[in-house]
Design a binder for this molecule. Structure first.
Ligand code: 4AD
Ligand code: MG
Length: 449
């Protein structure tokens, strides 16, 4: 046995990954992957291999490989699975700076008629083949950016003294409003709802740990078919005890800047593939502009008077996508709109003491028309006020007794926000629709694959 494995080790060069070829220049390596493309020119084949870390072009000369290897390679279709062995050679013209002179290949799965070809496909077709579409260069780049956004968020909050305290997904009651709940059968006839936000639980953990965040899937049964809406999305929600609306704005600004900086630092290649202008992300540095809701409404009225906005916005309403785009068009940084009318916000929002019709809430609107990426604010602290609000919003008080306990035992000013990972990723990537920013999107008309 020992001698056998020894022979194997010495005959097959070490496996490496395409993004590590620079460390192996001049050496023999093995790469395990899938065929991305194959060109041939008489006695030379140029198989391009992808392995999840990159794409590399190999060069196979008919005279340098065994005849059975040549014949096997020659007939392979796109996405055939194969391991190749060859010598790494620096080549300035190659996309990653290296090519491989192929010596040997082992085919794991010979594929013909891979459904996604280099020709143009419609979005519906690609979404139906999402399980395969993920392999394409652009989708790969977008999901690498998503990974970096998630990592940047976690690193930022962890370094800032936040404790991860995840909230449940099965919940007994609404947080953001009853109209967008997905109901599921729990046990013995009891109904449960998929969480719309971990915030209420965050308020409990914040009183235990001071600064917390939850980070998980979130569900909204919204019948919105827009480029910003998913029915299942991932939200990160920081919450801080002894904090105010101003603290939330500062944290939002610092966190978004940290994300942009990290994407620029770690995902330069991907931004190139996506043709994303890095200057757009370089501009995301504190301070961000801040705008009172009243002033935002004034701007919208001006826009309407100038004929740039079709409908005249009424004070008291929530902004639509065109309003958000109009407001943020003047800035190359995210715009923080604060002090919304309480009537358009959730029951738990604290009120402005001078103007109680206003909530101490903020929406952070990303530039370039990406719209709201963060929503949050300061929470009401008074037990009596919250009881009233729960009744006014037609919510069952029994379900909120535990939440009201947080006001009975050590109630303090506290504040937090939620950021949707997909909206943030779409903005970082400069892409049109959130559906490409999650491996398997769930939307109004899409539950498969
Ligand atoms: O503004 P929202 O509804 O805020 C809350 O849920 C608060 N309870 C969060 C908190 O204060 N802890 O949602 C927050 C963010 C939005 O700004 C947006 O980025 C994202 O979540 N979001 C969605 N993303 C994709 N699809 C949807 N349907 C989304 N709804 C909200
Ligand atoms: Mg919101």
């Amino acid at each position: 046995m020992a001698t056998e494995s020894k022979t194997l080790e010495t005959t097959s060069p070490p496996r490496t990954f395409i993004n590590q070829l620079a460390q192996h220049a001049g050496e023999q390596v093995t790469i395990k992957g899938w065929l991305y493309n194959l060109r041939s020119s008489g006695k030379i084949l140029f198989p391009q291999l992808r392995d999840g870390t990159g794409v590399v072009q190999c060069v196979a000369l008919k005279n340098s490989v065994a005849p059975e290897v040549w014949n096997a390679l020659k007939g392979l279709g796109q996405e055939s699975a194969l391991a190749i062995t060859g010598t790494v050679r620096a080549d300035e013209r190659a996309p990653g700076g290296y090519e491989i002179d192929l010596l040997h290949a082992e085919v794991f799965d010979e594929v013909h008629d891979y459904p996604i070809t280099p020709k143009e496909h419609g979005t519906e077709f690609l979404m139906d083949h999402r399980h395969l579409w993920l392999r394409s260069r652009r989708q790969h780049a977008i999901l690498k950016v998503r990974h970096t956004v998630v990592k940047a968020v976690r690193d930022f909050l962890d370094a800032d003294g936040f404790t991860l305290a995840d909230a449940p997904i099965f919940t007994p009651a609404a947080c953001e409003g009853t109209t967008t709940l997905f109901e599921v059968d729990y046990f013995e006839g009891e109904k449960a709802y998929l969480t719309q936000s971990g915030q209420l639980y965050n308020e409990a953990t914040a009183a235990a740990f001071g600064k917390v965040y939850c980070f998980g899937p979130t569900f909204r049964a919204e019948k919105s078919k827009t480029r910003r809406h998913l029915t299942e999305f991932w939200m990160v929600e920081p919450e801080m005890a002894y904090a105010t609306l101003a603290d939330v704005m500062t944290l939002s600004e610092r966190m978004l800047s940290a994300i942009a900086a990290r994407v620029l630092e770690d995902r330069g290649e991907e931004l190139k593939i996506l043709e994303r202008d890095p200057a757009k992300l370089e501009a995301i540095v504190p301070p961000f502009p801040r705008l009172h809701y009243d002033d935002a409404v004034k701007l919208l009225h001006e826009g309407h008077n100038k004929g740039e906005l079709e409908a005249r916005f009424e004070w008291g309403g929530d902004f639509g996508a065109p309003d958000e785009t109009y407001l943020s068009a003047n800035y190359d940084k995210p715009l923080m709109v604060h002090h919304y009318p309480a009537a358009v916000k959730a029951f738990y929002m604290a009120r402005d003491s001078e103007r109680p019709e206003l909530a101490l809430g903020v929406d952070v609107l990303a530039p370039e028309g990406y719209g709201e990426v963060i929503g949050g604010g300061e929470r009401a602290t008074s037990l009596e006020f919250l009881k009233e609000q729960i009744a006014l919003h037609d919510l069952p008080q029994e379900a909120f007794e535990w939440y009201l306990d947080l006001r009975r035992y050590g109630s303090v000013p506290h504040a937090g926000f939620g950021m949707g990972i997909e909206r943030c990723t779409a903005w970082m990537c400069g892409i049109e629709h959130v559906r490409e920013t999650i491996p398997f999107p769930r939307m109004l008309y899409r539950l498969r694959p």
